[in-house]
Structures are given as structure tokens and as C-alpha cells.
Design a protein around this ligand. Structure first.
Ligand SMILES: *Cc1c(COP(=O)(O)O)cnc(C)c1O
Length: 362
């Protein structure tokens, strides 16, 4: 490996990702615990069979039908009407983010975010040779607008990445902060709304800002609320001009015909999936209340996971939970752990295991 002529910044770097372990209760990567319904499975199977008959041809490069359906979904979900040309789709919002940095980052340019935040952002920056700078979030994981504007003035980023709700903390960023950042920069402002369907009542989506903010991009995914992580479908909403720039950097035929077909079917089942989301939001609030009730600190969450702590030795707590058959995530600031909201049975297993583990560790 060391003999290979690899880029200096990749030398000695291990591929990154959460451990994929075979454990009875997996609450570590914020997946939706409910599999697609049998009706969705049947509809998707029919769509795949139809698509496979045409796999000798390249897929629709512009994913037009899918983008049209995504626009329809966003209108129903957030009340924001967008044209198909304002929506873009790719293999997960990971690819969307990479395309954004390919188009707006690059050598000599800077991407700015506020930590603790999503651990994949620095990788997209590295892979596009974009300088990566992080400002700090406050102790309650909110972004202080004044601190943020100072960081913008100092680093002159061409891309600002804000996860809202944030991973791993669950914190939603007020729209005032987004508009202040947009005003303070001539770069792009990206709001990563991977978890936004789980937001609490009264928390708005940054989609409502798109009409007046030409350098805003709202990134979303079907991986979380849509229970479709394995299909790899992410998307972005922005001005038509911004989407046209993303179309320049995308790989030819980047989104397979099969992916497009199953995503369209899943969107037809959005109502059924939204009922599950409502249930998960309730479970999340109950889990947060329970954790507080046993004396732990919990970050307010608008997502489908909860960050809780603090532990003098969080690794020991994580490890003991794993010994009890429950895999959660050791991530975020030291002392904290993150647990995804599972089925009621999984959450019960987590709670029972945690009670046992805390006895062992106190
Ligand atoms: C899970 C997650 C995503 C989703 O990534 P996909 O590639 O769409 O699966 C995006 N952003 C954040 C912050 C996430 O936690």
C-alpha cells in the first residue's frame, strides 16, 4: 500500500464507517427499524421486473420522473411548491454532498461546518481537495449566530454545511441562523435535512427559504424517514441554476434505472411511511424522557435518535451494551453516546440492557 503512488492525504487512512456487526438489536446508524410493507414490496418487485426488461438501455440520465415525484412529495411534506428542475437526485445524500463539493469546493477553496457534526463531511472535503474548517457549536449544541458569522468572515468559505437536525446531536438550527449565514457569505449554504421528517411540531424546513435565497441548497434523503437506506436515494432542492451546476459534475447515468424505479414506488407509499414516522417521533420523545428520568443528560432531538450521557468511560458503557446484544454508536463529544429509535421491542431491549449496564458501571 505504501509503495503505491496514492495522494499524500490518503496515505495510511483506513476506510471509515460504523461497525457492521451481527447483533440482535442494531441501533447504531439511525436506520428506520420498520421494513417496507408487503404492499410496497409487491409494487416494487413489479416495477423492478418491468425495469429489468429495459436494462440493455442506459437509464434516464436526468431521472425526470423521480425528480417530479420528489417535488410533489416536498410540496405535500413542507408546503413548498418546487419545479422538477429545482430538484436533483443521486445515490444517497452522500453523493449529493460530494457533487456539491465537486461543483463549489475544490483546491484553494474552503468548506465550513460547526462541530460536533456529521463525520462524513470532512471526507467529502478531503476527496474533493477542499480545505475543511470547523467552528464550534455551543454547549447545548446550538450554533451561536455571532460565532458563526465570525467564522465566515475569517475563513471565507465557498460552501457552508449545516446539518439540521444535526447528527449526532439531534439539534435543529433556527432559520434565522441560516438566513444570516446566507447574507454573510457569497458562497453556498447547504442545509442537510436528512432527518427533517422527524422534526418536532413548529420546527420549519429550510425549503421555505429557497425562493428568496439563491445560494441555498437543501439536501434530503430517503434513507431515514422513508426506510429506504439500502436503495441509496438522496436528493437536493435549490434554484434551477444550482441544479444545473450539479448536473455538470454528476457521473454519466449515475442513478441506476432500478434505483429510480423503486424510489418512485416508495414515494407512492409516502402516506404509509409517514404514519411510521409519527410513531418514531413519539418513541423518540418517550425515550428521551425515560433517559432523563434515570438521571442522564439528553440533548433535545428533532431526529430519530437521541444523544445521551455523560459517562466517564463511554467506551466501557458502549462495550457492555454490546455484550448485552445491543449495538449503539460511540460518537459525538467525549462522554456521550447515540442511540437510534428502534421498534418498541428494540427500545425495550435497549432500556433493559442500559439499566443492567449502569448497575455494573456505578
Ligand atoms: C444518515 C445521514 C445522511 C444520509 O445519507 P444517505 O447517503 O442519504 O444515506 C445524510 N446526512 C446526515 C447528517 C446523516 O446522518
Amino acid at each position: 500500500m505504501t509503495d503505491l503512488p496514492i495522494r499524500d492525504e490518503l496515505r495510511g487512512v483506513e476506510p471509515y464507517g460504523a461497525p457492521q456487526l451481527d447483533v440482535p438489536v442494531c441501533l447504531n446508524v439511525n436506520e428506520n427499524p420498520f421494513p417496507p410493507s408487503e404492499q410496497l414490496v409487491a409494487d416494487a418487485a413489479r416495477a423492478v421486473a418491468h425495469t429489468v426488461r429495459g436494462l440493455n438501455r442506459y437509464p434516464d440520465r436526468e431521472a425526470t420522473t423521480l425528480r417530479e415525484r420528489l417535488a410533489g412529495y416536498l410540496d405535500r411534506e413542507s408546503g413548498v411548491a418546487l419545479r422538477t428542475e429545482q430538484v436533483w437526485a443521486a445515490n444517497g445524500s452522500n453523493e449529493i454532498m460530494l457533487q456539491i463539493l465537486q461543483a463549489f469546493g475544490g483546491p484553494g477553496r474552503t468548506a465550513l461546518s460547526f462541530a460536533p457534526t456529521y463525520s462524513m463531511y470532512p471526507e467529502y472535503a478531503r476527496d474533493t481537495s477542499t480545505r475543511w474548517v470547523v467552528g464550534r457549536r455551543d454547549d447545548d449544541f446550538s450554533i451561536d449566530a455571532e460565532t458563526a458569522l465570525k467564522a465566515v468572515a475569517e475563513h471565507q468559505p465557498s460552501v457552508i454545511l449545516i446539518a439540521s437536525p444535526n447528527n449526532p446531536t439531534g439539534t435543529a438550527v433556527p432559520l434565522d441562523t441560516v438566513t444570516a449565514l446566507h447574507e454573510a457569505t457569497d458562497g453556498m449554504v447547504v442545509v442537510d435535512e436528512a432527518y427533517t421528517e422527524f422534526r418536532r411540531d413548529g420546527v420549519p424546513s429550510a425549503l421555505t427559504l429557497l425562493a428568496d435565497h439563491p445560494r441555498l441548497i437543501v439536501a434530503r434523503t430517503m434513507s431515514k424517514a422513508f426506510a429506504f437506506a439500502g436503495a441509496r436515494v438522496g436528493y437536493a432542492a435549490a434554484s434551477e441554476q444550482v441544479i444545473d451546476v450539479l448536473r455538470v459534475v454528476r457521473l454519466p447515468y449515475h442513478l441506476s434505472a432500478v434505483t429510480q424505479a423503486v424510489a418512485v414506488v416508495a414515494l407512492e407509499h409516502a402516506a404509509e411511511l409517514q404514519a411510521r414516522v409519527a410513531q418514531l417521533r413519539e418513541e423518540r420523545d418517550a425515550l428521551a424522557a425515560w433517559l432523563r428520568g434515570i438521571g442522564l443528560e439528553v440533548a433535545d432531538s428533532d431526529a430519530n435518535f437521541v444523544l445521551f450521557g455523560r459517562f466517564a468511560d463511554r467506551h466501557a458503557v458502549w462495550r457492555s451494551l454490546l455484550d448485552h446484544g445491543v449495538l449503539i454508536r460511540e460518537t459525538g463529544p467525549d462522554g456521550w453516546l447515540r442511540v437510534s429509535v428502534g421498534t418498541p421491542e428494540e427500545t425495550t431491549a435497549f432500556r433493559e440492557a442500559l439499566v443492567e449496564v449502569l448497575k455494573e458501571h456505578t
